[in-house]
Write a protein that binds this ligand. Structure first.
Ligand SMILES: [Zn+2]
Length: 123
């Protein structure tokens, strides 16, 4: 009878097991311990560790190293861009389509700036 799944290798373990029978990872661990152990287990490429995640999870991984305010800007810009895209799709007049695309472009620019500035060193 299996009762818990390993956080690292995803193998099933017996209820009586304190550690994973396959990789030895403890059944009880903090989020950071799990993340670190997963990276070790799956190798140094984090992309292979999260192949089946939905786009929201991928975004969270992408935003993870960002400071909160930058995260907020990026998320807001992404939200505005998505909304503008939907408005552009639903628009009947050419003016509103152009306006929506203008908003979309600005939002994507803001998003790009919020994301790219993390790569460059702080002045
Ligand atoms: Zn395991």
């Amino acid at each position: 009878m299996y009762s818990w799944q390993c956080h690292v290798c995803a193998c099933s373990n017996k209820a009586t097991s304190v550690r994973c029978e396959h990789c030895g990872f403890p059944g009880q661990a903090t989020g950071k311990e799990i993340t670190d152990a997963r990276q070790k287990y799956h190798g140094t490429t984090p992309s292979s560790a999260v192949p089946k995640d939905n786009s929201l999870r991928s975004l969270q991984v992408l935003f993870a190293p960002l400071p909160l305010w930058r995260k907020s800007i990026a998320m807001t810009a992404l939200f505005v861009a998505t909304s503008a895209g939907l408005v552009a799709k639903a628009s009947l007049s050419i003016e509103s389509v152009l306006l929506a695309f203008a908003v979309l472009l600005v939002a994507m620019l803001v998003f790009g700036l919020a994301m790219s500035s993390t790569i460059e060193p702080q002045q």
